[in-house]
Unconditional design. Sequence first.
Length: 482
Amino acid sequence: MKCLRFLLSFVCAAVLVFAQVGYVSAADANSKKLDVDQLAQKECLGCHVSVTPGIVKQHLDSPHANPKTEEEVRCHDCHGEKHKTMDDYAKAEMPTAATCGECHKEKFKEHRDGKHNLGWMVMKSQIAWHGQPGAITEQGYRGCSGCHKIGEKGLLGVTDGNMGALKSDGGKEASEYRYGNAQCDACHTRHTFKVSEAKDPRACSNCHMGFDHPQWEMYTSAKHGIIWGIEGHEEDARAPTCQSCHMMDGSHSVKTPWGFLALRIPTKENVLALIDVAPSLEEQLTKLASALPSGHYMDLDDDPQWTFDRALILQAAGVLDANLQPTERFVELVVQAQVARGPEEFNEIRTEMKANCNKCHSKGFVDSHMKASDEIIKAADHEFAKAIQAVQGLYRDDILKKPEGWKYAPDLLQYYDAKTMIEQELYLIMLEYRQRTFQGAFHASNDYMHWYGWAPLKTAVNTILEEEKRLRAEHEKGKEKQ
Ligand code: HEC
Ligand code: HEC
Ligand code: HEC
Ligand code: HEC
Ligand code: HEC
Ligand code: HEC
Ligand code: HEC
Ligand code: HEC
């Protein structure tokens, strides 16, 4: 049947609506919940059982329509009551996390305290984000924005006074988006909003997968995930899940010690210890140290070589400037978006996580796993730093020219918009190989740690060093010709 003409299409639509109502009532013939008479008593349900029958069914299956203790939650509790007819549906309100928070105060507060809430803001802080088409980054939710909508829109850094503080724009940015402001539905999808779904590791996998954060693939290729797959996921299961390691006791404030990029803040002590090894940098290092927190990292603290390697990485990311001093990106990324942690917070979360492992493993076993994984970050950073130095040298010697409009060069945060082959390799080390190396180590996926992480990381470093030689030779030849 073709519905190309206007008249015909009208008939088709009517048939479709009929078919859908038929489908719902047939499938649920025995369910008194879907007794159409009962539904008709309720305005929204009565009409929506034919307009969006799937949503009505899901809602009626949800804890909201079947509360154990409190009063039933209705469509209008989340969508308001302004829309009432077939034509005025643009008046229906779309909920935000704050709407859920009106009734779920505790979970809302936890979520706000965790890193998920910062997801939108941190995405927008990336220079590469600004270079991509809007459909990838904004309204369409078909790329960065599709995963990062788990974060709150409209968070602004406070520029005077308390640098770490954030304030909300009062819903301005969110109001520019019709859909995708609910945040909580990232794990409890509408309209069933089930806890059982949110507790399943597959609920995390649409976002925590792939190129730069393949936690799903690592988990399911390591013993924990394999046992979860074989034995299922009862409350007293033998294997931990993403949630039991990262949302301990149901806490919604997710945060890890190292974070996504495994870049922690060097301590005062770490930086001052570097002066002994690099006395020529005393002035810059003393100044930098004065801006940093004091303390020691547990399990594996930084040695001078590691502090130096990480300083180069921070420099290549434009977080420290050429004189090793914090830039505006340090404030945006580290202080406001909490991309990196200092020793106090790092040690606190690490201690909690280890206590959680101790439910099933001995202290010695867990300590050695954590130390070995920290060591792997250190080894990866050393390789990465070698590659960064090579590229920095090319800029210093004017063999590579800073692209127009770039504030820093090299700039790791330009991602795939890097202009040269050698910087494309550097980008792959940062976002793909180094990530997989350390994330694979922590998640006990040896294949990811080694074959998808460390091995291509070494290949890329070697390629960069070769390419550096080639570029230098080419440059010399060019000079001879002149
Ligand atoms: C007389 C029929 C009717 C009634 C009553 C009705 N709706 Fe709707 N509603 C519609 C139609 C038609 C649409 C548009 C459906 C579409 O675009 O496929 C809609 C769309 C919606 C949307 C989506 C809007 C969007 O922009 O995507 C929401 C949310 C909604 N309704 C909620 C409600 C709530 C809550 C009530 C009760 C307060 C309600 N509806 C009552 C017919 C109705
Ligand atoms: C008007 C108050 C209200 C609003 C708004 C609301 N909820 Fe609920 N929610 C409830 C009630 C009441 C229950 C049922 C609690 C019970 O079983 O006693 C519930 C249950 C839940 C549960 C299951 C809890 C459990 O222990 O099984 C989840 C998950 C949930 N809501 C998520 C959400 C999300 C996400 C939103 C926003 C999109 C939201 N809620 C909006 C009141 C609300
Ligand atoms: C607990 C809160 C809550 C309740 C109750 C609720 N909704 Fe929704 N609804 C949502 C959320 C969250 C979204 C997604 C909004 C977004 O994308 O920003 C949504 C989106 C929608 C949409 C548009 C998106 C789509 O998938 O088409 C429609 C239509 C809709 N709801 C209808 C209803 C109807 C009808 C009811 C009652 C049967 C209802 N809702 C009850 C939270 C709720
Ligand atoms: C990252 C995934 C994720 C997000 C995002 C999320 N939740 Fe949850 N939620 C869970 C998990 C997992 C549980 C089960 C926790 C447990 O009991 O172990 C849960 C449990 C709940 C419960 C039932 C437990 C209780 O103590 O009442 C409610 C209610 C709830 N969430 C509401 C929300 C609200 C509101 C938001 C948004 C502010 C939200 N959730 C965002 C994963 C999530
Ligand atoms: C056995 C516990 C455990 C399980 C199960 C687990 N993780 Fe992790 N996860 C860790 C540890 C340990 C770290 C590193 C902690 C640190 O920084 O010290 C980590 C780190 C992370 C990070 C930060 C970046 C990184 O990868 O190092 C994210 C995000 C993450 N895990 C998500 C997940 C997701 C999603 C799942 C499920 C697919 C999962 N994890 C399963 C223990 C676990
Ligand atoms: C809709 C996409 C999405 C889903 C679903 C999702 N996350 Fe996330 N998650 C993100 C984003 C984006 C970030 C980065 C936010 C930031 O750091 O500002 C993040 C960050 C995290 C972090 C913090 C890593 C760090 O930097 O310390 C952990 C842990 C985490 N998620 C665990 C989970 C778990 C467990 C689940 C499933 C229960 C889950 N997430 C579901 C998108 C998602
Ligand atoms: C498939 C979903 C997905 C897409 C697409 C995606 N991200 Fe992410 N992003 C995540 C998740 C999940 C995390 C947290 C991972 C972790 O901690 O290991 C994250 C982390 C980040 C972080 C680090 C946050 C922190 O605090 O450490 C930044 C910055 C970021 N993403 C920016 C972007 C930008 C910009 C784009 C598009 C160019 C993008 N992301 C595309 C899911 C996604
Ligand atoms: C709910 C119990 C449970 C928790 C919690 C748990 N594990 Fe495990 N873990 C297991 C089981 C079961 C095995 C498989 C034992 C075997 O290999 O015989 C395992 C295996 C491992 C392995 C060996 C993997 C391999 O390939 O040989 C490592 C490493 C590990 N766990 C680390 C951790 C760390 C680190 C944590 C905390 C972040 C943790 N586990 C939390 C149950 C748990």
